[in-house]
Ligand binder design. Structure first.
Ligand code: ZN
Ligand code: ZN
Length: 362
């Protein structure tokens, strides 16, 4: 990972905003993705001062780790309260206009720094780093692909032992343990295993319900590998789910394919959404597909660009996005089919390979 190049790109953008420095502050992991993107640091507390000669700041808990993870930057250790220490440091550096990431810096941090360093103007900046992160390098896509392959393999494993009578939360926990045991640093988000009526809630939380024969079971799952997330949704049935479930599955699959076919460089996020949504609307289930079609994925599970009716983003080569149409029938069941793809000049490369052509009945 070329962290130095990323910092240079950010510094260039900061200078265009007439900033003397740009601060990335992560307290209790508050901005870990951006800090990791720019330095490789994985700890919970770190501050990067981006300028001509960048500086990395942490506390004694992480000095040794920072030395290993961020070897190319000078590392300074905060003494005492970090707010006052940083305010003094910045004052000593002689900077006057300092950018702060608007998405991830708390109002408290902004107010304290403004109070403690009255000679410095702190300028909130929205999206400076997040925009850089949209376009993934080949290295990043390789890591996301590795996370996606592990995600597929875990689903294959867990389906091998799925049966009626099992509790949703046990299935989700087994899968999480499998991912960690097989190389994931974490799960990318709280894994969703939703059976029967639970599958009709797009962000369901697996609970005490035991899977019954005839249930649709929705898995929305992802492993995180080397910081990068994967995101996959597949629906299976335990025993015959009935004709309507099969029909909805067929419609959602067609929408998923239409969405995937629409993905390419230069396409608007809302146009890709429309391509998939049209299929569901034409089938008469338009009001049963409430969420956007997809989202960017990278160091975070939800990042730019957006793929939905309100998206103003245009897809570019190197974006990694999901395509995840769904139809939800409240109180009964829901079907969502989600794939993860990297945008290319003439289409997309699918990173999730788990079979979807037929509704799998166990
Ligand atoms: Zn998902
Ligand atoms: Zn998703």
């Amino acid at each position: 990972m070329d962290h130095a190049r990323r910092r240079e790109q950010l510094w260039q953008r900061a200078r265009e905003q007439r900033l003397d420095a740009f601060l990335v502050i992560s307290v209790e992991r508050s901005d870990r993705p951006n800090l990791r993107y720019l330095t490789g640091f994985t700890g919970s507390f770190g501050i990067l001062v981006v300028r001509e000669k960048p500086l990395f700041i942490t506390d004694s808990r992480y000095t040794e780790q920072a030395g290993k993870e961020v070897p190319e930057l000078p590392i300074e250790e905060v003494k005492g309260r970090w707010f006052s220490w940083l305010a003094e440091k910045l004052t000593a550096l002689g900077v006057k206009r300092v950018g702060l990431g608007a998405h991830r810096t708390s109002l408290h941090v902004y107010q304290e720094l403004t109070r403690l360093a009255p000679g410095i103007e702190f300028v909130p900046q929205a999206g400076l780093i997040e925009d850089l992160r949209r376009v993934k390098s080949a290295d990043e896509i390789a890591r996301i692909a590795a996370a996606a392959q592990l995600t597929d393999a875990g689903l294959k494993w867990v389906l091998g032992q799925l049966a009626s009578g099992r509790r949703e939360r046990d299935v989700a926990l087994d899968l999480e343990i499998w991912y960690r045991r097989h190389g994931a640093e974490a799960v990318a988000f709280d894994l969703i295993v939703a059976s029967g009526p639970g599958s009709a809630m797009p962000h369901y939380r697996p609970g005490e319900r035991t899977i019954a024969r005839g249930d649709v079971v929705l898995f929305d799952i992802g492993a995180q590998v080397d910081g990068y997330c994967a995101d996959l949704t597949r629906v299976v049935a335990v025993g015959d789910p009935g004709g309507e479930a099969r029909e909805i599955y067929r419609i959602v699959l067609e929408a998923n394919r239409a969405g995937l076919e629409a993905v390419r460089e230069g396409k608007g996020g809302k146009d890709v959404d429309a391509a998939a949504r049209d299929v569901i609307v034409r089938a008469g289930y338009g009001d049963r597909f409430g969420h956007g079609l997809g989202h960017g994925v990278g160091l975070e599970i939800h990042e730019a660009p957006g793929v939905g009716p309100a998206s103003e983003d245009t897809l570019a080569v190197g974006n990694v996005v999901t395509v995840e149409p769904g139809v939800y029938l409240p109180g009964r069941f829901g079907v969502r089919i989600e794939d993860l793809v990297a945008v290319t000049a003439d289409g997309c490369q699918t990173l999730s390979g788990f079979p979807k052509d037929e509704l799998i009945v166990l």
